[in-house]
Design a protein around this ligand. Structure first.
Ligand SMILES: [Fe+2]
Length: 403
């Protein structure tokens, strides 16, 4: 490097561990173009689009970012749009980019963060965990029920990570060997994190003998597959049931991979898929002193246009008014979704018995219940999606550091 500025003291401005995870791709070289940073990967791919304003706003040195909380220290609003071209160097070993601004300031960027922004590396730190989803349905059946052992989940972080990764991959998992006690259920839930309190409380009992809520869940009747909390702006991310008692006939828990159903619709009827992405469906829940209401499309997409959340509960759907044409399209698409969700070939039925705890991703899997006679008592809770993702990221990062 041929400038007369002092080299940044890396010992004082090392990037936080968070920004230096393992990454299969590396940056080979960096070039300062007049309007922004250009990087060349080891395989020759050239990535650009990082304006100098953006670069200055995304420093990860201690002056630009709090290394404990990763909160931004840079005063974005004090930066001028037309940042003059700096000089840049690459620390190949640590994959860090040093930036020397003409005004004498210095900043540091993480090659990994640039790669993940350009989707050349795992985006686990932005939204989704690094493992993929495995969709299942009648054409893609699961060979085995995803299960984990209770005692291992409670005592080993590697088993806890395995549990959470299975929930993410398959949308559900069964924990075996769970004691049928409120304390054991609460302790298991705490392994993931703080539970989500709703009008049903934080930990709740589910049985037809309970009369405090009028919801269809508190009956013995057949429940069509649905997602919970369509009337909450922050519908539960996870739902967990520990089977305390079962003495009767029927009552199997039903799981449906709604992402797989959406995938089927996207292929077979793209217009119906679009209708389900675009039509806002309201949900409501009413009981004395309670009137909840929220609305979102059946298929909510993320900023990459990937499916992020399915919401479907026709029991709780609130009145909605559309034009005749919209109603016609919606009725077709919603009916198609309902038909596929109720095709038992797309289901997994799980006869839960004491010792078994079912947990599922309520943004992905629909759940239902076969009608039953006899006694069936569950004890369970919800977790917010952010809590689940947080624990998964923390455990994955810790696991990656041990490799
Ligand atoms: Fe439910």
């Amino acid at each position: 490097m041929s400038n007369n500025l002092a080299t940044p003291q890396l010992s004082e401005s090392l990037a936080p561990d968070f920004y230096t995870p393992l990454c299969s791709k590396t940056i080979q070289s960096v070039n300062a173009q007049p309007d922004g940073l250009e990087i060349t990967l080891g395989d020759g791919t050239v990535l650009d689009g990082f304006s100098w304003f953006w670069v200055r706003d995304h420093g990860i040195d201690a002056k630009s970012m709090d290394h404990t909380t990763l909160q931004r220290n840079t005063d974005t609003f004090a930066l001028e749009q037309g940042q003059a071209k700096p000089e840049v160097t690459l620390d190949s070993d640590d994959q860090l980019i040093e930036v020397f601004w003409p005004d004498g300031d210095k900043s540091l960027l993480s090659a990994y963060s640039l790669l993940s922004i350009k989707q050349e590396a795992s985006s686990q730190h932005h939204l989704a965990p690094k493992i993929g989803r495995i969709l299942w349905d009648k054409d893609r059946p699961l060979e085995n029920l995803p299960t984990v052992d209770h005692s291992r989940v409670m005592s080993e972080d590697s088993a806890l990570l395995d549990w959470l990764e299975k929930i993410h991959s398959y949308g559900f998992c069964v924990v075996e060997g769970v004691p049928s006690t409120e304390q054991a259920t609460a302790d298991l839930a705490k392994r993931i994190g703080i539970v989500q309190e709703t009008i049903f409380g934080d930990m709740w009992k589910l049985s037809a003998e309970l009369t405090e809520h009028g919801d269809t869940a508190y009956t013995t009747q057949y429940l069509e597959p649905h997602t919970d909390g369509t009337y909450y702006h922050d519908a539960a991310g996870l739902q967990m049931f520990n089977c305390f008692e079962f003495d009767g006939k029927g009552g199997e828990s039903v799981q449906v991979d709604a992402f797989a159903i959406a995938d089927q619709i996207k292929t077979a009827d793209p217009e119906a898929y679009q209708t389900l992405c675009q039509t806002i469906v309201p949900g409501h829940y009413i009981e004395p002193q309670v009137h909840l209401r929220a609305e979102r499309p059946t298929f909510r997409l993320d900023s990459n246009e990937d499916l992020a959340q399915v919401s479907f509960n026709n029991y709780d759907r609130a009145p909605m008014m559309m034009t005749d044409n919209q109603t016609k399209k919606f009725h077709h698409a919603y009916g198609l979704f309902h038909e596929l969700a109720n095709n038992q070939d797309n289901w997994i039925k799980i006869p839960l018995r004491p010792g078994m705890t079912l947990i599922f991703d309520n943004w992905r899997n629909m759940h239902g219940r076969m009608g039953y006679v006899g006694k069936r008592v569950f004890y369970g809770c919800y977790h917010n999606m952010a809590v689940f993702e947080s624990k998964l990221r923390v455990l994955q990062s810790a696991s990656a550091r041990l490799l």
